[in-house]
Write a protein that binds this ligand. Structure first.
Ligand code: PLP
Length: 388
């Protein structure tokens, strides 16, 4: 794989971020690192290996296939499945020690049947942990808080399932607006009520978790037994919670971007005045200029909506992408007689300081009217991940 368009993983930065998270949450709280969507585009196996080395308690994935990929790579850490799977996938949960989130009598019953069948087929008598999901305001998966006691009872009544934990997910914990912080507090109180309802039934609620990156940083009173950081592991702050904000709030926390997206100049073209570039002819040279061609496009994850606006870094200077980004290529204006840019020079799309990039994924997100999460997970399979 010698393609020049690649994603470089700064492993030390990943380690640094995880150490920062560990220090920030303290010893009493477990950590579940979200490695879903191939580790937010960084490569789930490498991310999980480092997390495992650092003694992280849980990894979180979105699909059973994502969990199997980790198990097949020899990852032994507990895995939490954050989304609902189909009955066909359930036997793998037991076979590969994947802990599912559950809610609702129908789903719990399907899982119970799958567990009974699995244990019968294997000739074993075991109880498998499940975490009860509670919807306190996200409006996604989970039972209502007032149903938690009954659903915990239902889980405990099965032969091969047991309640290993409870969780909820915040909808606006990444916002600093008062109304949103108040909503997060209401969600947290509802979650506590749900946990109490389970305890009232004489059932141990197990490992309770609610905070993702935002609440982990901003609501230290809401850590419960376990936090579930995703984006901060990869070096980006969730929305309004920034480094500056944390410093002003008297909190000591620092992270570094982990991934750099890079390519090379594969052609330099001389453009006369009035020559247009790319599909739709959205940009035309107003004077003679030079254009560098880059072998990266939206099929690599360089979203079409990044142009106009995106500038890329070549030898420490930023240059604007001109015209529409194509599927596999895009064009950058370097200007006439540019002595700083040569054929085969490295081009940084975004990355940490060490990579030489002047952009981060946050800068691209701003241009593309999205969030760093989408910029990172948009990088496609065609882009090889290389460890630095
Ligand atoms: C993705 C996800 C997380 C991690 O979220 P970040 O904002 O990236 O920290 C945590 N919990 C659940 C349920 C998730 O779906």
């Amino acid at each position: 794989m010698n393609r020049c368009t690649k994603a470089i993983l700064y492993k030390d930065n990943l380690r640094y971020n995880l150490e920062q998270i560990k220090k920030y949450v303290g010893n009493g709280t477990k950590i579940c690192v979200a490695v879903k969507a191939d580790g937010y585009g960084h490569n789930a196996i490498i991310t999980s290996q480092i997390a495992q080395e650092l003694g992280i308690d849980y990894l979180a994935v979105a699909t059973v296939d994502e969990a199997l990929e980790l198990r097949n790579a020899g990852i032994k850490t507990n895995i939490l499945l954050l989304s609902i799977c189909t009955p066909f996938e359930m036997p793998d949960l037991f076979e590969y020690k994947i802990t599912p989130l559950v809610f609702g009598t129908e789903y719990i019953d399907l899982l119970k049947k799958a567990a009974d069948t699995y244990c019968e087929n294997q000739g074993i008598d075991k109880k498998f942990d499940v975490h009860l999901a509670v919807d306190t305001g996200m409006g996604r998966i989970g039972c209502y808080p007032q149903e938690a006691g009954e659903q915990a009872k239902l889980i405990q009544s099965t032969k091969h399932l047991k309640l290993g934990g409870m969780c909820t997910h915040f909808a606006v914990s990444d916002s600093l607006e008062k109304a949103n912080q108040d909503f997060t507090k209401v969600q947290f109180d509802q979650f506590k009520t749900a946990v109490e309802n389970v305890k009232k039934e004489g059932i141990d609620p197990g490992i309770c978790s609610c905070g993702a990156s935002a609440a982990l940083l901003n609501n230290q009173d809401m850590h419960f037994d376990m936090v579930r950081p995703g984006i901060i592991t990869y070096g980006y702050y969730p929305d309004q919670i920034t480094h500056d904000y944390l410093v002003s709030a008297g909190k000591n926390f620092d992270i570094k971007p982990v991934l750099a997206l890079e390519t090379k100049v594969v052609a330099i073209r001389h453009f006369p005045k009035d020559k247009s570039v790319s599909y739709g002819r959205t940009w035309t040279a107003e004077e003679p200029t030079d254009i560098a061609v880059l072998p990266i496009g939206y099929a690599d994850g360089l979203l079409r909506r990044f142009s106009p606006g995106l500038e890329v870094t070549i030898n420490g200077k930023n240059y604007p992408v001109r015209g529409r980004i194509c599927m596999d290529q895009c064009m950058v204006e370097i200007g006439q007689n540019n002595k700083d840019v040569h054929l085969w020079d490295k081009v940084l799309i975004f990355g940490p300081k060490e990579s030489g990039a002047l952009n981060t994924a946050d800068d691209l997100a701003r241009i593309g009217n999205t969030i760093s999460y989408e910029v990172l997970t948009s990088i496609t399979k065609r882009v090889q991940r290389v460890i630095e």
